[in-house]
Design a protein around this ligand. Sequence first.
Ligand SMILES: *[C@@H]1O[C@H](CO)[C@@H](O)[C@H](O)[C@H]1NC(C)=O
Length: 315
Amino acid sequence: MERTFRQQLFFLLLCLSVLKGDLRYVQSNDISKDELYSELRRETADVFMFRRPLRCVDMVAVEGQFTFTAESPQLSCAAFFMAEPNEVISVEYDRVDIDCSGGDFITVFDGWVMKGEKFPSSQDHPLPLYERYVDYCDSGSVRNNVRSSQNVAVVFFRIHSAGSSFTLTVKKHINPFPCNVISQSPEGSYTMVIPQQHRNCSFSIIYPVAIDISEFSLGRRNFPKRSLPGCVESGDYVQLLGGNGIDTSKLLPITDLCISFTGPTHMKIGCENTVVRMVSSGNFVSRVSFSYRLLNNQELQTIKLNNVEDFCFNN
Ligand SMILES: *[C@@H]1O[C@H](CO)[C@@H](O)[C@H](O)[C@H]1NC(C)=O
């Protein structure tokens, strides 16, 4: 069905280019059918590219081409981009008309920054902090395409003169080994896997949620279930964290899950941000599965009244 539609579309485009008198592909003998099709595919992709203006403060969860045009000086702008958990984001500059020497800038940040805090935290990101900022004015001609390490990225920009503008193309790409993720929605389910890598991964849900840890395995299938002094000593564990910022290194621990874990696997967390963080020694394949849903007002009220149990309402 879809295939036929695509073929019809290719045919239509072919007809159109013939009608336009644009016969460069058809007449040339040394162009192969594959090349013809890839050219048509490119054109079809272009026809279907989503386009819209970018706002000074914006949130974008779709691929497309985004144009910002300053109608007045805009000194503090940020566009937040987001993809599915198993995707990363690329930002490509199509056309940039800004005054770098006059103090304008466009900077892509590998992650999100909110209220001065970063996700992923500096502790958990593979790159040092300074490499996570890629400024167009410093590197524009060299790096036309910036790719994020996880499903979120932000573009900061400052433009002093009215009429200056730029156009970005934002695309999503499959990430076979997602590590750090910000959930797109307040409900869903997810399985986090760290395949024998010495790294830590966080799944952040920026909503107060009820969360159910349905399964976790820290790679010691044949290991006798003896009680360990604590999770941290075991080297491989899952942390449940909560707080009101996005930097996971500043969140407070709610509970740790490891081989000796016997606590509840269903929890209601009234924080603005709830994080499942897995610490991996690299010796095992670690895995945790969980599902989550938004807390309703009544549940939030109950947590608020019972604030001994929940620190997110203490401040
Ligand atoms: C993972 O996190 C633990 C505890 O927060 C830390 O001690 C360890 O150094 C981290 N590992 C890596 C590879 O960042």
